[in-house]
Design a protein around this ligand. Structure first.
Ligand code: BGC
Length: 350
C-alpha cells in the first residue's frame, strides 16, 4: 500500500510531502521530499509490538534546523574531503570547510537540506518512491550538472532497497549515502549501545584526529574495531584506543571484504536481542562508515518529543572511502561525464 500526505512546509513556504509504503507483512517506511529523508521504519518485534526503528522528527522545521543528518541522503560527496580541496583534470576545487576546515557531507547546503521531486511506483520487486534532484554545475562548488535519483523500494522480504543513480555532464566526484540512525529497540528506547553489530571487514581506514583518512589501513584483529564476529557495540567503545579517542567512539570507515570491486555483499548486521529485530546491510560499495551517534545531543525534540542523546542511534553509511579523491590508493569516486553512477544498498530486516 502507498499513501501520500502533506508533511509540512519549509520556512520558504515550499510544500514537503510524505509517502508511506507498507508491504504484505505490515512493515512500512515513510520518506519525505525534504532531504529524501527516511523518517520512519516500522515493523513488529518478537512480541508483535510495532516499533519505529529509525530516529527522526515530526516537523519540517526540525529537519531544517538539524545538523545531524537524521535519515537524509547526503551528497554530493558523503563524508569528508581533507582541507575541503580536491583536484580533478588539473583543476583545483575549493569546497566549503564546514567541519574543522574539512568538507563534510556536501557542506552547509547539502542534499539533505533540499526539497526533492518524488514519484511513487508499484513494481515487481515491491512498491516504493523515487526522489529526484538536480544539482547544477558548481553547486556546493563541485563541477558538472548532476541529475540524481534515489529510489526506495520495500519488498515483501522486508528489504528496504536504496538505488542511487546519477549522471553528470562533466567529470565530477559523487558519493551518495543515506544517513539513517537505527535503534532496533525503537527510536524511543534510549541508548543504542546494547545492540550487537557485525561488520564484514578485516581492515578499517585509519583516520587522523580530524577524521581524515591517512591512507593507511588498520588490521582490525586485536583492536576494538574488530566487528568481524558480532560484538556488543558498547563493549569496547570507550577503550583507550587512539582511533576511538579521535572519533569519540566509532566514527570510521570499514573497508569491506570484497573479492572484486562492485560485488554486492553482506556488509554489516545490527541486532537487538530484546526486541528480536535484526537488520542486515548489503552494498556494492567499497566501504561503510559505522558511526555510533557520538555527536547527538538531543537539542531538538525528535518524534513524539523524544530527545535523542549521545549514542541513541547508529548509522551504517555505505560509501566510497572518506577523502578518496585525495587518496589515489583508494577506490576512485570520480564519475566521468555521461557515465552512470549506479549503486545499491539494502537494509534488510530479518
Ligand atoms: C560523520 C560524523 C558526523 C556525523 C554528522 C557522520 O557521517 O562521520 O563525524 O559528526 O556524520 O551527523
Amino acid at each position: 500500500m502507498i499513501t501520500e500526505s502533506i508533511f509540512g512546509k519549509t520556512k520558504d513556504g515550499v510544500e514537503v510531502k510524505e509517502y508511506t509504503i507498507t508491504n504484505a507483512n505490515g512493515m512500512s517506511f515513510s520518506a519525505i521530499t525534504f532531504g529524501a529523508v527516511i523518517r520512519k521504519v516500522m515493523l513488529e518485534d518478537k512480541k508483535g509490538v510495532l516499533r519505529d526503528v529509525v530516529l527522526g522528527y515530526d516537523s519540517v522545521e526540525n529537519y531544517e534546523k538539524d545538523d545531524t543528518y537524521l535519515g537524509a541522503v547526503v551528497g554530493r560527496y558523503a563524508n569528508r574531503i581533507g582541507n575541503a580541496t580536491f583536484e580533478l583534470n588539473g583543476e583545483v576545487y575549493k569546497l566549503e570547510g564546514n567541519d574543522n576546515g574539512n568538507h563534510l557531507h556536501g557542506g552547509y547546503n547539502g542534499y539533505d537540506k533540499r526539497v526533492w521531486d518524488a514519484e511513487t511506483f508499484e513494481g515487481e520487486l515491491g512498491n516504493g518512491v523515487t526522489f529526484k534532484l538536480f544539482s547544477p554545475d558548481l553547486d556546493q562548488k563541485y563541477p558538472g550538472n548532476l541529475e540524481i535519483s534515489v529510489t526506495y523500494t520495500l519488498t515483501d522480504d522486508n528489504d528496504l532497497m536504496i538505488d542511487y543513480r546519477a549522471v553528470s555532464d562533466k567529470d565530477t566526484i559523487c558519493n551518495l549515502t543515506n544517513h539513517s540512525y537505527f535503534n532496533l529497540g525503537g527510536h524511543d528506547s534510549g541508548s543504542a549501545l546494547n545492540q550487537y553489530a557485525m561488520i564484514n571487514a578485516d581492515f578499517v581506514t585509519e583516520a587522523d584526529a580530524k577524521s581524515i583518512t591517512t591512507g593507511k589501513m588498520i588490521y582490525v584483529s586485536g583492536t576494538p574495531m574488530d566487528f568481524t564476529s558480532e560484538m556488543l557495540i558498547g563493549d569496547h567503545i570507550d577503550d583507550d584506543y587512539y582511533q576511538l579517542n579521535y572519533g569519540l567512539g566509532y566514527d570510521h570507515n570499514w573497508a569491506l571484504n570484497k573479492k572484486e570491486e562492485g560485488e554486492m555483499i553482506l556488509a554489516a548486521t545490527l541486532e537487538n536481542r530484546k526486541t528480536g529485530i535484526k537488520m542486515e546491510v548489503y552494498t556494492d560499495l567499497p566501504g561503510v562508515q559505522f558511526y555510533s551517534g557520538n555527536f547527538l545531543k538531543g537539542e531538538l525534540p525528535g518524534k513524539d518529543g523524544v530527545r535523542y542523546l549521545k549514542r541513541y542511534g547508529v548509522c551504517f553509511e555505505t560509501q566510497y572511502y572518506p577523502d578518496s579523491i585525495n587518496k589515489p590508493e583508494f577506490p576512485s569516486p570520480i564519475l566521468k561525464a555521461g557515465e552512470e553512477y549506479k549503486t545499491t544498498t539494502i537494509y534488510k530486516f530479518v
